[in-house]
Design a protein around this ligand. Structure first.
Ligand code: FES
Length: 114
């Protein structure tokens, strides 16, 4: 288990917003989007939509789902599951913790609440 990457203070990501951790920092093949949902929870998915080349961090976040900003595919923020067309391929979910007032990302670890 890695020590995790300190992404931001909790209050630096407004509800309904997301930011990205670049692939080089995360040590992953894709950038990772870290979402603060309107349900108060934080989630992380690979940033690139599995349909075409869109950033899910620019999508619309509602509950435990994010909608792609280009063709409106939706993904489960807890599991990365593709929930509707045109996306046919699930994306990858990563573990996020909130600790000491900060958001921590654990690339390639499964979310605890998946
Ligand atoms: S690029 Fe995301 S649904 Fe098409």
């Amino acid at each position: 288990m890695s020590e995790g990457i300190r992404v931001a203070d909790v209050d630096e990501i407004d509800e309904g917003e997301a930011l990205t951790v670049d692939a080089e920092t995360a040590g992953t093949s894709d950038d990772i989007a870290v979402f603060h949902s309107d349900n108060g929870n934080f989630y992380a998915l690979n940033d690139t939509c599995t349909h075409e080349d869109a950033s899910l961090a620019d999508g619309w976040i509602e509950g435990d789902e994010v909608e792609c900003p280009i063709h409106s595919a939706r993904f489960c923020l807890r599991t990365g599951e593709a929930l509707c067309l045109p996306a046919l391929i699930n994306t990858k979910a990563h573990r996020v913790d909130v600790r000491d007032g900060a958001v921590w990302l654990y690339p390639n670890e499964s979310p605890l609440n998946a």
